[in-house]
Design a protein around this ligand. Sequence first.
Ligand code: ADP
Ligand code: MG
Length: 373
Amino acid sequence: MLAVPASLLDIDMIFLDVGEHSPAKQVFAPKSADKAHINGAFSDPTKIRELAQKVDVLTIEIEHVNADVLEKVEPSLPLGVHPSPSTIRIIQDKFVQKKHLRSHGLPVSTFLQIESTKESLEDAMQKVGLPLMVKSRTLAYDGRGNFVIRNQSQIAEALAVLKNRPLYCEKWVPFEAEIAVMVARSTTGEVRSYPAVETIHKDNICHLVFAPLRHKDPVIADRARAVAEAAVKSFEGAGIFGVEMFLLKDGSMYLNEIAPRPHNSGHYTIEACETSQFENHLRAILSLPLGSTAMKVPSAAMLNVIGASSDLEEVKSFASFALTVPGASVHLYGKGECRKGRKMGHVTVVADSDAELRARLRILLDHLPGPKD
Ligand code: ADP
Ligand code: MG
């Protein structure tokens, strides 16, 4: 998705990823041999150095990268590394990230450092209460890395599921809704937020996004944007950031986590906003003027297409069906293998009203692969 606006703006890109035919490489053909994509892990120092020698600016689409090597290569790059390796390092450890946010006076719920022992978890339960959200500090995504302890008898299971991972825990937040705001930050530090959206998760995976956020109190959406902008200002470097938040019944909000990259909650911007999150990411890291973040349609939703099994045909046939729904735009990621729980693509739906949007979305939901609920 980053390769598409890059191509339109005639910006060359070189991707480092394991697969020779990984999704981005399928989209962006190198214009000469010296601009060939690189096959390798984004944690591999040699491969990162190889990439750094070929580009003017280096950026990331996943935070689980080797921040130390990025820091080392940064001085050799004409336009640097964005976002800053220090930002990536803070964010990739969720516990360090939470401490950073708290130390900048930003709203976060109670969290605690813990050890991977029964005693430490019992102590945390005493201090924080139940349910207790136990999280891996690193390498977590789509809920893989979280365990909710609802009663004392689950401690052993939590330790078994999260074994060998560095842990911390959080107080359970009884949120009314989960919301998110994308924020673009330029190399001069200017920030521009997108409209607040509501995100709906299923089995810990983002299922739906509704844009803009509809709330009985119209102040909430602006407040969410202000909190998200303040959070992003606390980090170094340019680029797009996804800010996940919990909205409570009393209208207060807590930051959940920040992604230093394009984010699933911002995919709707491709069809629904004046400038997509991907294009604004490119503009931000290249010191080009940031584009308008305003919506250009009254109502939008994004539905993730998640594998229900290993059958790629299920996904393809859903995608074909989605093409029949007015206002729906289909994105298939070209991932070679389908797996249960794997994000295979998404569909964005736009409409002239919320009612029309819901009607269009209903048809799509009824045809999603997998069990209905
Ligand atoms: P991931 O890295 O997998 O996105 P998150 O920390 O965002 O992990 O957690 C995934 C989901 O779990 C959240 O979107 C939210 O639904 C739920 N969650 C996370 N932390 C809490 C919490 N402290 N209280 C209640 N729900 C939580
Ligand atoms: Mg999350």
